[in-house]
Write a protein that binds this ligand. Structure first.
Ligand SMILES: [Mn+2]
Length: 349
């Protein structure tokens, strides 16, 4: 392995791995798996290209990390990207687009051609979930921590299933503009807009879902959030309002973290940030967290002694000639990797 010759102070070299790091998944503490997939995206496809764009942007990053100095040295490895997922995503995307166009034209889900297309999409999404679950289980069985880079927000379902098989219980810190609590959005059973509904239904080990910066959701989603005891909401405007009245973000972060159990999965939808950080994401929404606010929240989580048992960064949508989205994704990914490794350290607890 090239690890011995790797110079963290040198020029970032494109090696096809996240951050250009030379670690072998067989020995690294943390393995990143990729899900180049965006079949059910409602508006503005392209997150299937997220992993490649983040890999490229991440080689520009320097390795000094004040919040978790040198923890990257425990190893952040890149599992081989399964590009058959991206090919399948492209094939199913046209089926999904026809369904969405049909619905937007006032059609129903019951018509013949639509039923067939929906079935193909739903079967394809189930196969993607199985693929990601198998990849995640493979590395978890070897004692690795697993992070996932999407793709749209449907993609971490398999990782969460795999974690459910290995942990008695855990919470999810969910940073997102959306609640993703829709049941079968647009007929798609495994839609990006349904991820948390599906996880709460299918992964009983998840005993807490803490939604932060949510600001665009349906009345039914709000009602579900209010009635399900596992769900705690920190709506974007409420958080902003608290700060207008003088509550500090530091205090709000402590309040948010205080609702989580000891073991936490972080699901980071890039659209939880303000859209200047992610102008091309599928469904950008006004408001949201600044980059530093998000990092402070993650820092507060780890400083509280809680352990990050896995994470995802999703909905990063690169656009031609526009690197900002991928740069933000790479920076959030780096903070999550470093802080996750720190949170595993016994001296942190
Ligand atoms: Mn989402």
């Amino acid at each position: 392995m090239e690890q011995k010759t790797f110079d963290p102070d040198g020029v970032g070299v494109a090696t096809g791995s996240y951050f250009g790091l030379p670690f072998d998944p067989e020995t690294a503490a943390l393995v990143l798996i990729s899900a180049p997939w965006d079949v059910t995206v409602s508006y503005g496809a392209g997150t299937a290209c997220g992993p490649d764009a983040i890999i490229e942007a991440s080689t520009q990053l320097d390795f000094y990390e004040p919040l978790a100095p040198d923890f990257w040295r425990r190893g952040i490895a890149t599992a081989d990207v399964d590009y058959t997922l991206q090919e399948q995503s492209q094939r199913l995307r046209s089926d999904a687009e026809r369904v969405i166009d049909h619905l937007e034209g006032g059609g129903t889900l019951e018509e013949d051609g639509v039923v067939r297309r929906l079935r193909r999409v739903n079967e394809g999404c189930r196969a993607m979930n199985a693929n990601i679950e198998a990849q995640a289980a493979h590395w978890l069985e070897r004692g690795r921590i697993v992070g996932l880079v999407g793709g749209d927000h449907s993609t971490p379902y398999g990782l969460l299933r795999a974690l459910g098989r290995r942990h008695a219980s855990f919470g999810i810190l969910h940073v997102d503009a959306h609640r993703d609590l829709r049941r079968a959005y647009e007929g798609f059973e495994y839609s990006h807009a349904s991820i948390m509904y599906n996880v709460l239904r299918d992964v009983p080990q998840v005993n807490r879902l803490v939604q932060v910066a949510v600001r665009d959701f349906s009345a039914r989603e709000a009602a579900l959030a209010a009635s399900d005891e596992r769900i705690v909401s920190f709506e974007d405007l409420e958080l902003a309002g608290g700060r207008f009245r003088g509550e500090t973000w530091e205090a709000q972060c402590r309040r948010i973290v205080g609702t989580l159990p000891d073991d936490v999965y972080v699901s980071f939808d890039i659209d939880g940030l303000s859209f200047d950080n992610c102008p091309h994401t599928g469904t950008p929404v006004c408001g949201g967290l600044s980059f530093n606010e998000a990092v402070w929240l993650l820092r507060t989580l780890v400083d509280s002694g809680r352990r990050i048992i896995g994470f995802d960064v999703v909905e990063v949508c690169p656009a031609p000639g526009e690197r900002l989205d991928a740069i933000t994704g790479a920076r959030i990914l780096w903070k999550l990797c470093s802080l996750t490794l720190k949170s595993q350290d016994s001296s942190n607890r």
